[in-house]
Design a protein around this ligand. Structure first.
Ligand SMILES: O=c1nc2n(C[C@H](O)[C@H](O)[C@H](O)CO)c3cc(O)ccc3cc-2c(=O)[nH]1
Ligand SMILES: C[C@H]1O[C@@H](n2cnc3c(N)ncnc32)[C@H](O)[C@@H]1O
Ligand code: SF4
Length: 332
């Protein structure tokens, strides 16, 4: 049982849903000619940032389809907005978030070393799910989900000392042995670079109108088994995260989970839009007698190590107490 359980408050910004991949489980992605295909403008994003700040959020979570630039229609739209590349636009958005008082965390899928170098000074942490080290049908149309590519990017983020969130998606056709391999791969990378702050054990949620709509999601028992496997395999300084809007967390906490990820008072989970966020009072009910502590999108040990740029130090000071957690009390 962990000593305490953590969570953070974020605003979820689905910057673009155009994506070069086609994962069998995903409803976030849209085809370029779909009426809901979009690239959000800075004008749309600014009020979302402001609302989140007013509601006490600390994190701007920027999520993208992967390498949308490989889609010509998107490239044209980006050009019309005045940007030559996605990464140029992301840096602009991160600066906006910082200006509004939120710490940026970007998950844009695969990024090159150069792109990671550009984002490091503007992101308090970054993320990329490993998903799995297995070659699966779910990823047969997703070049960016090749395990070797994902591992390479997670390693590069380590070389650059970027506090990092990764994880595995459970129930997409992988075996228990595959889960073990995936977690061992993450543990090895962390032992080499020391930058993995949390590993998400995310349960696959079947979505209508996807190739995997009829695939059975993992059972609670499988999730308990996977969380305790993760706790066994991962080094002690890596937190195991589960999503409280996707699964009842109490028994997972009893088996090694110690973080509930980002919840949002003002935005929805654009990846799992059917799954509403619990509020802080509900989270407290879920954790029971175990203390619930609000954290920032960077874990305290990385604040202590100084793994953030001077562009973010003012905000860190504003937002943290002496232990590196959120300064304000956890009032709902
Ligand atoms: O609302 C969500 N937040 C997701 N987050 C956000 C996450 O809960 C928080 O941003 C981190 O805990 C940092 O505070 C992710 C972040 C990553 O880096 C990688 C994957 C995810 C996945 C989700 C997700 O499915 N839904
Ligand atoms: C941001 C992360 O969201 C996860 N993701 C994408 N689609 C689903 C789904 N149907 N159920 C659960 N998680 C999903 C993937 O692991 C991705 O990397
Ligand atoms: S999960 Fe990410 S990479 Fe896969 S199709 Fe959806 S948006 Fe694209």
């Amino acid at each position: 049982m962990p000593e305490f359980v953590t969570f953070s408050r974020n605003v979820f910004i689905p910057v673009t849903n155009i994506c070069r991949n086609r994962c069998g489980y995903c409803t976030f992605r849209r085809d370029p000619d779909h009426p809901e295909a979009r690239l959000m403008s800075a004008e749309e994003i600014i009020p979302i940032l402001k609302n989140g700040k007013e509601a006490g959020c600390t994190e701007a979570l920027f999520v993208f389809g992967e390498y949308a630039e490989e889609v010509p229609e998107y490239k044209k739209e980006l050009k019309e907005m005045g940007y030559d590349s996605t990464i140029e636009y992301v840096t602009e958005l991160c600066e906006l978030a910082i200006e509004k008082g939120l710490l940026p965390h970007t998950n844009a899928g695969i990024l090159s070393r150069h792109e990671l170098e550009m984002l490091k000074p503007l992101n308090i942490s970054m993320g990329l799910m490993l998903e799995t080290t297995a070659e699966l049908k779910a990823h047969s149309e997703s070049p960016g989900k090749a395990p070797s590519k994902r591992i390479e990017m997670i390693r590069t983020a380590g070389e650059l000392q970027i506090p990092f969130t990764t994880g595995i998606l459970v129930g997409i056709g992988e075996s228990n042995e595959d889960r073990k391999n995936s977690l061992e791969a993450i543990a090895d990378i962390h032992r080499e670079f020391g930058h993995i702050q949390e590993v998400i054990i995310q349960n696959f949620m079947p979505k209508p109108d996807t190739p995997m709509a009829d695939q059975v999601p993992p059972t609670k028992e499988e999730m308990v088994r996977t969380v305790s496997l993760a706790r066994d395999i991962l080094p002690d300084d890596v937190a195991v995260q589960v999503a409280p809007n996707l699964i009842e967390p109490r028994i997972l906490i009893e088996n090694g989970a110690s973080d509930l990820g980002g919840i949002s008072p003002t935005t929805i989970d654009w990846i799992n839009p059917e799954a509403e966020w619990p509020g802080v009072v509900e989270l407290q009910e879920m954790t029971g007698e175990i203390p619930l502590i609000e954290r920032l999108p960077i874990y305290p040990q990385y604040i202590k190590k100084g793994w953030y740029s001077n562009k973010l130090s003012g905000l860190i000071t504003e937002l943290t107490d002496k232990n590196g957690f959120k300064r304000k009390s956890n009032d709902p």
